[in-house]
Ligand binder design. Structure first.
Ligand SMILES: [Zn+2]
Length: 261
């Protein structure tokens, strides 16, 4: 944790936008006897630095998945439509940074509704931890065509990272593991304030306050350790968190509610 702070450059200033890629219902298995349905908003982030324009995660898009059902009240926008809605040209994207490779973070890579899968960013480098790629490439369900299409599309553009690295001026990734074996989190700054996209280590505003675990962590102990350390640092240094699955507060700072009385 010490390391990630030192590496950070306070001087670089980047703007960012958080997009909501719809709300999905998903079935979580708590254990083999117990499961529950959750409504899960899926968010992704656009950030620009002096080195270019980046997307952080890709949402679920229209990926057809038996575990996920898009709620009808949310209209479907393709990735390019999301960006164009904010005046961002999809062909201006220079890179994609993936926190991890769960389907709700990579499903939006292309259009699954067309006769042939069409990747939206066919020539844009995708930065992912080598550990994550190796694990997922081994494990994903190859019988599921949509998954295979996504992985094949990504494979052509994948840039494997081994550990912590600066991706572009002022945009850093830090390997955390925990939620998945090669989960990484992303740091940059805006208005001289440090911003942390903690992926699914801290995915909602509630999780940033109570630090509770999600039921689908690969390694809960590591996840909890990283989450607690991040929350501590965010509190003392006034970071902004961006939340991958928050319904209401998509980005915010943790403020102390203690009173000096
Ligand atoms: Zn997720």
């Amino acid at each position: 944790m010490e390391e990630m702070h030192k590496k950070f450059r306070q001087s670089q200033d980047n703007g960012f936008t958080v997009f909501e890629d719809g709300v999905f219902t998903v079935l979580f298995n708590e254990n083999k006897n117990q499961s529950r349905m959750l409504n899960l908003p899926v968010n992704f982030v656009y950030v620009h630095s002096s080195d270019g324009r980046f997307l952080i995660d890709l949402g679920l898009g229209n990926f057809p998945h038996k575990m996920f059902k898009r709620k009808s009240r949310t209209p479907f926008y393709t990735h390019p439509q999301h960006l164009l809605g904010k005046g961002i040209r999809p062909d201006s994207i220079d890179g994609i940074i993936l926190s991890h490779m769960h389907i709700d973070h990579i499903g939006g890579y292309g259009n699954h509704d067309s006769e042939q899968f069409i990747p939206f960013y066919p020539n844009v480098p995708c930065f992912v931890q080598k550990k994550e790629w190796d694990f997922r490439a081994e494990k994903y369900d190859k019988a599921e065509q949509a998954y295979k299409n996504t992985m094949d599309g990504l494979q052509k553009n994948i840039r494997l990272i081994d550990g912590n690295r600066e991706i572009a001026n002022g945009i850093d990734v830090v390997l955390t593991g925990g939620h998945t074996p090669g989960h990484q989190i992303i740091f940059f700054s805006t208005n001289k304030r440090k911003v942390c996209y903690a992926g699914d280590i801290i995915s909602t505003e509630n999780q940033a306050v109570d630090g509770r675990a999600l039921p689908h962590d690969y390694d809960r102990t590591t996840s909890k350790k990283v989450r607690d350390a991040l929350i501590d640092q965010a509190r003392s240094q006034n970071w902004i968190f961006i939340y991958s699955h928050a319904a209401h507060i998509k980005a915010g700072r943790l403020e102390s509610t203690e009173k000096n009385e």
